[in-house]
Design a protein around this ligand. Structure first.
Ligand SMILES: C[S@@+](CC[C@H](N)C(=O)[O-])C[C@H]1O[C@@H](n2cnc3c(N)ncnc32)[C@H](O)[C@@H]1O
Length: 157
């Protein structure tokens, strides 16, 4: 799913070369056109940094994934050091979202995912590019399981 027509066209061109069938559709993650629990796996790539309402979008991913289903991420995240976090807050409050299509460098995406009901399985953190000027390019890749909610507990199924 890609709401920008330019990026959607690029995605479509790549989809046609992919070794598996890929359907590229218009829309926003805040309102997924899919039934509850119909997918085994969800993938989000550099989108939770830009999405206006992370909580709503993660709620939708949770809704369409089957209990115990997995989601994979590649995202900008809040930096680990206080100094870099300060820089991220500064650029997020000024030029960065304007220059980068609504992107935010320092959102606490990991916390938002956990809060949405997922359990983190694997997290890799890297700086990109790997240099002293990598102010905003802190990424994380990880996978998380959708938890099963019961009246008294939360568990994997
Ligand atoms: C940094 S770009 C990443 C592009 C691409 N996903 C990639 O990995 O290269 C951020 C993307 O978030 C998309 N986006 C912004 N708001 C969105 C929303 N509400 N639902 C889904 N995608 C959204 C933008 O259209 C844009 O493609």
């Amino acid at each position: 799913m890609e709401p920008s027509s330019h990026l959607r066209n690029l995605a479509q061109a790549n989809a046609e070369r992919a070794p598996v069938a890929v359907e590229v559709i218009d829309g926003i993650a805040d309102c997924l056109p899919a039934e509850n629990e119909m997918f085994d796996v969800a993938v989000m790539s550099l989108v939770l940094c830009s999405i206006p309402d992370q909580r709503k979008a993660l709620g939708q991913i949770y809704r369409v994934l089957r209990p115990g289903g997995c989601m994979h991420f590649y995202e900008h995240v809040r930096a680990e050091t206080p100094a870099l976090r300060r820089v991220q807050r500064l650029v997020d409050a000024t030029v960065w979202p304007l220059l980068a299509g609504g992107c935010h460098a320092g959102r606490d995406t990991l916390a938002a995912i956990t809060k949405a009901g997922f359990e983190m399985q694997r997290v890799d953190r890297l700086r990109f590019p790997d240099s002293v000027v990598s102010i905003c390019q802190v990424h994380r890749t990880f996978s998380a399981w959708r938890l099963v909610q019961t009246n008294n507990s939360t568990s994997l199924r």
